[in-house]
Ligand binder design. Structure first.
Ligand code: ZN
Ligand code: ZN
Length: 194
């Protein structure tokens, strides 16, 4: 499937609209996006309520207006990770981004906060079928933005449910340990035991 051309920008925000952002997709950013990863650390899970949150790293300066300038913006830090700021909307609770203040020039956006039109495309004609209703879609960039070959905190994966994704997997977070591929967590454990 051919890739869609690089967009000049993409938009997202929280569920209530209190936080809205635009990310300029400047030429220094890979297209299709490569700086993305799924993260199954317990902090991302608790923060988002999702089993397999996914983040895209973008230059902080490319996010406008700055997330911290927005009225309902709030950040949460865990005691064990005080430089990790998890950014969310204080009105609706949506998880929006993660920033490590040691690398504040990069912001990791939780991909689920991107707008539906960005991820899936704009809804067009409605079709009734025997399987239910579906809409034609145009312009979605989910394939280019969300296709990742990097998966971290696989140590926390649920065998048979969240450990079978294609690509390099780390038990914790790079650079600790080396990644494994072509097997899931249960298969890796079986190799280690034998
Ligand atoms: Zn909100
Ligand atoms: Zn995480």
């Amino acid at each position: 499937m051919a890739n869609s051309p690089r967009p000049s920008s993409i938009a997202g925000g929280c569920l209530c609209g209190g936080i809205r952002y635009t990310i300029s997709f400047t030429p220094d950013m890979d297209w299709p996006a490569t700086k993305n990863a799924t993260c199954q650390c317990t902090r991302c899970r608790k923060f988002t309520g999702g089993l397999v949150p996914q983040l895209l790293s973008v230059p902080t300066a490319n996010i406008q207006p700055p997330l911290s300038s927005q009225q309902t913006y709030k950040a949460f830090q865990t005691p064990e990770n005080p430089t990790g700021h998890r950014m969310f909307c204080s009105n609706c609770g949506s998880s929006v981004a993660y920033v490590n203040t040691n690398r504040a020039h990069e912001t990791e956006i939780y991909l689920g906060s991107l707008d539906e039109e960005v991820l899936c495309g704009r809804k067009g004609g409605r079709k009734e079928t025997e399987w239910g209703v579906w809409h034609e879609r145009s312009g979605g960039l989910g394939m280019e933005i969300c296709k990742t070959q990097r998966h971290i905190w696989i140590e926390n994966a649920i065998p048979g449910i969240t450990d079978g994704m294609e690509g390099r997997k780390w038990l914790q977070e790079p650079p600790e340990g080396k990644p494994f591929e072509d097997c899931d967590l249960a298969e890796l454990k079986a190799k280690l035991v034998n």
